[in-house]
Design a protein around this ligand. Structure first.
Ligand SMILES: Cc1cc2nc3c(=O)[nH]c(=O)nc-3n(C[C@H](O)[C@H](O)[C@H](O)COP(=O)(O)OP(=O)(O)OC[C@H]3O[C@@H](n4cnc5c(N)ncnc54)[C@H](O)[C@@H]3O)c2cc1C
Length: 418
């Protein structure tokens, strides 16, 4: 065991990655000062419920907290909330804040996450046009829900699909628009997109695809009234939610020598950047992937926690455990989708289950040159856990698709490549 690391750890970004890094540093014996800096005014919280249970109910914000206020005091973590970092001076090892304060650091952890992409569509600033990333966004959306009749969701990615599902469950008539041919088309591909399409259309959602939005149109009171499509069609909208992806929050780092990969901070598996003493974790990063030979973004809850813990290990000299596979989940209506691994459009898909039965459990295996790259399960948590040990291994596709083959007994046809 190495000597406890000391000095000052400044962590910028007080959300899931930042707070996890702060507690993990203390738990691994870091005995210097820890300062957690956040642009948002409140304690660090978790975002997944914002598009699901929080939006659908009057759940209080303290149910979302990563840890309660006392835990920060007990772990001697100094909070600087409501004060954004504005600049990094990597040579002097200091971070400037909006308040004018300058914080020197020995170790810097950047966990500034991402912010919503804001497409330059005319009318996007009209009242009634929303986006969703923070509790403040969710609260202003929630305030509009009583009596709401119809809504247009722009974007059929995970956030758009979840918001469409939640609003539909609340009795709102939802139309969801996207330029791609179907929901979750990019992340899941055509076949599985068809399954997700049925979840929505069977519950009354109108999906409009292969078309872009050209404008948000106001009523006489200058509130959004309709969404205009590129072909001139107009969709009635008492409310609009725009969920068309995110951008890593790195604008404050643009004048530095930090290596950015399409706007995200390029890091190694343990969160090290190209600058000495500077680490990053969570949605703000693009992590080097040896197998794919490129940096990959994992904008998911579990990745933020895993990366933050690896950064704390790196700073304190704690041995790193084996890398965990990237994973995420999404809940839409009563359907629960879970995913483990990392695939791309070159992978072959093998299904266990019938995608034409939209309410039945299903497993989808993504194979790259015969090796299992990722598994997706719909309402199949137990089988997904059984299958995930095969990720990285050469497996027989016929056994994967055969529901009579017990996944616990399935053995790889060749060992994992390293
Ligand atoms: C609505 C919603 C639903 C989601 N659902 C799921 C789900 O079902 N499953 C799943 O796996 N993942 C889900 N996610 C993704 C998951 O929440 C994110 O991966 C996770 O929040 C990433 O944590 P983070 O700490 O890296 O970044 P963030 O949560 O984005 O936090 C970054 C923080 O840094 C702050 N910040 C930014 N710039 C500065 C600055 N210059 N100075 C100081 N502070 C700054 C921000 O204000 C923010 O508080 C969801 C996300 C959203 C928005």
């Amino acid at each position: 065991m190495s000597a406890p690391a000391a000095g000052t750890a400044v962590i910028v970004g007080a959300s899931l990655a930042g707070a996890t890094a702060a507690f993990a540093l203390r738990e691994r014996g870091f005995d210097g000062e820890i300062v957690l800096v956040g642009a948002e005014p409140g304690l660090p919280y978790e975002r997944p419920a914002l598009s699901k249970g929080y939006l659908a109910s009057d759940m209080p914000t303290d149910k979302l907290l990563v840890r309660d206020a006392d835990a920060y005091t007990e772990h001697q973590i100094t909070l600087r909330l409501g004060d954004a970092a504005t600049a990094l001076d990597a040579e002097r090892r200091s971070v400037s804040l909006a308040s004018g304060d300058v914080l020197p650091y020995t170790h810097l952890v950047i966990g500034t996450g991402a912010s919503n992409a804001r497409p330059p569509i005319p009318g996007i600033d009209l009242p009634g046009v929303h986006q969703l990333r923070t509790t403040a966004d969710a609260d202003s959306l929630r305030a509009e829900l009583p009596g709401l009749r119809n809504a247009v969701v722009v974007g059929q990615g995970f956030i758009g699909c979840e918001i469409a599902a939640t609003l539909t469950t609340l009795g709102v008539a939802v139309t969801a628009v996207d330029a791609v041919p179907g929901p979750l088309w990019g992340p899941l591909g055509p076949q599985l997109s068809g399954l997700v399409r049925r979840w929505h259309t069977d519950r009354g959602v109108r999906l409009v695809n292969d078309i872009t939005v050209s404008a948000f149109l106001p009523d006489d009171a200058s509130r959004v009234r309709a969404v205009e499509l590129a072909d001139g069609r107009r969709l009635d909208a008492d409310l609009v939610v725009v969920g068309v992806g995110v951008r890593p929050a790195t604008r404050w780092l643009q004048d530095t020598a930090l290596h950015l990969v399409r706007g995200a901070i390029g890091v190694d598996r343990d969160g090290r950047t190209n600058l000495p003493g500077v680490y990053a974790a969570g949605d703000v990063t693009a992590t080097w992937d040896d197998e794919l030979d490129r940096h990959v973004r994992h904008e998911h809850w579990a990745s933020a926690i895993d990366q933050a813990q690896r950064v704390a290990n790196a700073i304190t000299g704690t041995p790193q455990p084996d890398a965990v596979l990237p994973s995420f989940w999404s809940d839409q209506y009563d359907r629960s989708l879970q995913y483990v691994g990392s695939h791309d459009a070159d992978c072959d898909i093998v299904l266990r289950g019938d995608p034409n039965q939209p309410d039945a459990p299903l497993l989808a295996f993504f194979l790259r040159a015969g090796r299992l790259a990722a598994v997706l399960g719909v309402d199949s948590g137990k089988d997904l856990r059984r299958a995930q040990r095969l990720v990285g291994q050469q497996v027989n596709p016929a056994s994967l698709s055969d529901p009579t083959v017990d996944l616990r007994r399935l053995v790889p046809v060749a060992p994992a490549a390293h």
